[in-house]
Write a protein that binds this ligand. Structure first.
Ligand SMILES: Cc1ncc(COP(=O)(O)O)c(C=O)c1O
Length: 440
């Protein structure tokens, strides 16, 4: 069967995938009420969202802020991290999981991921702990919970704070507990792509009142310092930021929160269709749900197994070609981060603020060599995701994705991989990868 990449009609015509979330009467009612209320900066919707999300997630406290990145940054403040401290974070994640550490003048120390779910590998954490280590920032990547029992045990042994980056993982659970309730502090994103979205926004959660107050003291110009009474006059107690949220977005978020459980259940159902329909495709490795937790069905993360299909070129070239063939069929397939965090230019150069800051003054001896993180490198070069498979998309859409994906993998011989693959995408070997059998 001829592939769309070679001129055939796409399996999924343009417009098959509908944007998520669907806008309901409840969304419109809440947003219009807010718009007409005359209060647009901070008000009842921001306060209401904090209360309702804390209750939904099972936390004592919630602080709503401008983004997931700012929520993460404030988690570091809440955890008591100070300039020059080291914070352990996975070598593969979104930029913010490392930049929030540098924004707090602290030093990111990367630990490799485990290869099954691409989350922090607990077996590799202890070797990265030094007397300067203050916290572990764990990410529940792609909506799959990290191995929290092991991570919490290590943190306890070494007296470290644990910050959960839950930006992709609303509603995912670990051992029956929602992510964000296991560590000391957690951060969620409300940006456009997330399972719970209000366009933009972030939520910090914690059960620790002192941590909440440390974070709150830096959320807005430094004018809050509990338990002191508000003396007015903008005292600027701390060198703070302006991470305040706004009423219109909070109103929409409150409406969305009432639909979140249904949205997650639907996405999990669609994942089930993909898993059943793609179980036996040679060369395609499907995501597994861990026994220790529940995924929120944020991203369906697959890997292309070049050995299984007899391709001996750079694995990321095969992956690139497969994704291009899937995209030509109309499948919402793509890559997200193709680089690992130690490869980020500012980090690799150890220069974020100029003059080598904050590494120079910290005296930290941390090194950033991509080859030290073979699992992260391999993941970044071989994975792809089916994204946005959520409400209002139906079973039919998931079935079309199965049909198109089976078609592409059955006809890999039609793809001129070297010609299609982006040669600009540096090969895994050039990035220091030594092959699967080499442990670094
Ligand atoms: C793992 C992870 N951490 C942090 C963030 C940052 O969230 P935001 O875009 O709301 O700042 C994102 C999302 O982009 C993310 O995926």
């Amino acid at each position: 069967m001829k592939l769309a990449l070679n001129g055939a009609e796409p399996t999924m015509p343009a417009g098959t995938i509908l944007p998520s979330p669907p806008i309901t009467a409840r969304d419109e009612e809440m947003v219009l009420q807010s718009l007409r209320s005359g209060v647009h900066t901070w008000g009842e919707h921001c306060e209401g969202l904090q209360r309702e999300f804390a209750q939904w997630n099972g936390n004592r406290h919630c602080l709503v802020v401008s983004s997931g990145t700012s929520a993460l940054h404030l988690c570091l403040a809440g955890a008591g991290v100070a300039a020059g401290d080291e914070v352990i974070t996975p070598a593969y994640s979104w930029t913010s999981s490392a930049s929030c550490i540098i924004h707090h003048n602290a030093i990111p120390v990367f630990v490799d991921i485990e290869p099954t779910w691409a989350n922090l590998d607990p077996a590799k954490i202890e070797a990265a702990i030094t007397p300067k280590t203050k916290a572990i920032l764990v990410v529940h990547l792609h909506g799959v919970p990290a191995q929290m029992t092991e991570i919490m045990a290590i943190a306890e042994r070494h007296g470290l704070q644990v910050i959960e980056d839950c930006c992709q993982a609303h509603g995912a659970t670990y051992g029956g507990r929602k992510v964000g309730t296991v560590g000391h502090l957690g951060a969620f994103s409300l940006n456009q792509n997330k399972m719970f979205s209000a366009g933009e926004g972030g939520l910090l959660v914690t059960d620790d009142e002192a941590a909440l107050e440390r974070a709150r003291s830096l959320v807005l110009f430094g004018d809050f310092r509990a338990p002191e009474p508000d003396r007015g006059g903008y005292p600027g107690y701390g060198l703070a930021w302006q991470y305040r949220y706004n009423e219109l977005s909070a109103a929409w978020a409150r409406a969305q929160l009432t639909q979140l459980d249904d949205g997650i259940a639907h996405a999990r159902h669609l994942f089930g269709i993909l898993r059943a329909g793609l179980a036996d495709v040679p060369g395609l490795i499907l995501p597994q749900e861990p026994e220790f937790g529940r995924e929120n069905a944020y991203n369906f993360v697959c890997h292309v197994d070049s050995e299984a299909v007899g391709y001996s070129g750079p694995p990321n070239w095969l992956r690139e070609a497969v994704v291009q063939a899937l995209s030509a069929e109309g499948v919402p397939a793509g890559m997200w981060q193709r680089r690992i965090l130690p490869e980020m230019a500012a980090i690799a150069a150890k220069n974020a603020y100029g003059h080598g800051s904050p590494w120079r003054e910290s005296g930290s001896e941390v090194t950033y060599r991509a080859a030290d993180y073979p699992a992260a490198l391999y993941h970044s070069a071989t994975y792809f995701i089916f994204n946005g498979l959520r409400r209002p998309n139906t079973d039919h859409v998931a079935e079309l994705i199965v049909e198109a994906t089976r078609k592409v993998f059955a006809n890999l011989d039609q793809i001129d991989i070297d010609a299609v693959a982006s040669k600009a995408d540096v090969s895994l070997y050039e990035r220091g990868w030594k092959g699967r059998s080499v442990e670094v």
